[in-house]
Design a protein around this ligand. Structure first.
Ligand code: GDD
Ligand code: MN
Length: 361
């Protein structure tokens, strides 16, 4: 059997209620074409994968990947696209907010070689975004779109879109350099390509969500900013490192706050210990939620991770104090520079070692 011409990748998390409608809509709009749909579910508690697999049991065009222990919208899209053998791949949200009726026109555009990437766009004439968004969401989305446009090499009206189609070959080429993290897989693709991809946008009206709820939260926004910095720095500042460093900065504030509170009750050394543990615990929790959201530790692994994190950071603090002391006395640096150098070494050490020993990312 030859592969279909088009794979429609549908990332899903808790979208069980939307799967049947998605299947029936795709059957209607793609009638007459050789297509398949691939639901990529991250083991949703609402049983999304089970619903998709019921359809798959009766129709060979319907497939489902259930990922366990991995999570994230971008990585789900990448995994789905890489699992395709079709000539073209599309990505569309599983919550019916994107207009699937655009798919045939997207395919025709690629087949006519008019573009490398076709984007379903809310920000060109004929498109509309506001129906699907609250006012706050609209403002956040506009800010993000503005920032993304600044760093993009080609003009794209809707770089934040999660609805697009491209040749599978393009994904295969770019996949090793994708961060695959966060919510913005299209932006990741556009910023990863060494030569600029020819983009064509087709308008559609973003629909309000009918069932289930959005998974966009503060973590997603921070991931968006770190994705831009990662790409703008040419990968020198990887997303994870930036996030780890930001969490470290926050940990410093926690440390100083706890120290201020404890210093009146305890002697300085004990107060420092208490503040250090508070900061390390806060950092561990935040890194687990944010920096390593895709491989988040739970249950027993969480406690094991926390213990190792204490040890790693403890060594980091010792290195910080040692290095700063050496620089201060032997190289006669001023205390500010010596302290900053010590802190930088600690940051790199904590990051490198906890990435391998604590989260094994
Ligand atoms: N597999 C998987 N894993 N799917 C996920 C995850 C995840 O961790 N998080 C979200 N999804 C799925 C949702 O189930 C939905 O089908 C789709 O990704 C979009 O998630 P929403 O939670 O509905 O996000 P949104 O509506 O705020 O934003 C989306 O739509 C925008 C408009 O096009 C995103 O796709 C944006 O990238 C997009 O720009
Ligand atoms: Mn949505």
């Amino acid at each position: 059997m030859s592969p279909p011409i088009l794979t429609v990748v549908v990332p899903c998390y808790n979208e069980a209620a939307n799967v049947p409608a998605m299947v029936s809509r795709l059957r209607t709009v793609l009638e007459g074409l050789d297509w398949e749909v691939l639901f990529v579910d991250d083991d949703s508690p609402d049983g999304t994968a089970a619903v998709a697999k019921q359809f798959a049991a009766e129709d060979a065009r319907i497939r489902c990947i259930r990922r366990v222990g991995r999570k994230g919208l971008s990585s789900a899209c990448v995994e789905g696209m890489l699992a395709s053998s079709a000539r073209y791949v599309a990505v569309i949200d599983g919550d019916l907010q994107h207009d699937e009726r655009l798919l045939p026109a997207m395919l025709r555009t690629l087949e006519a070689d008019e573009a490398d990437v076709v984007i379903g766009s809310r920000h060109i004439s004929g498109g509309e975004a506001s129906k699907g968004f609250s006012r706050l969401r609209q403002m956040i989305s506009d800010g993000g779109t503005g920032l993304a446009r600044l760093v993009l090499p080609v003009p794209v009206a809707d770089p934040m879109s999660g609805f697009f189609m491209l040749r599978r070959e393009t994904v295969d080429q770019l996949a090793p350099q994708l961060t695959g993290r966060g919510f913005k897989i299209l932006l990741d693709l556009l910023l990863t390509s060494p030569q600029t991809l020819k983009v064509k946008e087709l308008p559609y009206v973003f629909r309000p969500r009918e069932a289930g709820e959005s998974k966009l939260d503060t973590i997603v926004l921070i991931e968006f900013l770190t994705l831009l910095l990662d790409k703008v720095s040419g990968g020198v500042l990887p997303m994870r490192f930036l996030s780890f460093a930001a969490v470290g900065g926050f940990g410093l504030l926690v440390h100083l706050l706890v120290l201020t509170l404890a210093i009146h009750q305890l002697d300085f050394a004990t107060a420092q210990w208490v503040a250090s543990f508070a900061a390390m615990t806060a950092n561990f929790w935040l890194n687990n939620r944010l920096t390593y959201s895709d491989v988040r530790l739970k249950g027993r692994a969480l406690w094991r991770g926390l213990l190792i994190f204490y040890v790693v950071c403890g060594i980091g603090v010792a290195a910080n104090v040692g290095v700063a002391g050496l620089l201060l006395h032997d190289d006669h640096l001023n205390w500010g520079l010596a302290g900053a150098a010590g802190a930088l070494i600690t940051l790199v050490w904590n990051y490198a070692v906890s990435a391998t020993l604590v989260w094994r990312a």
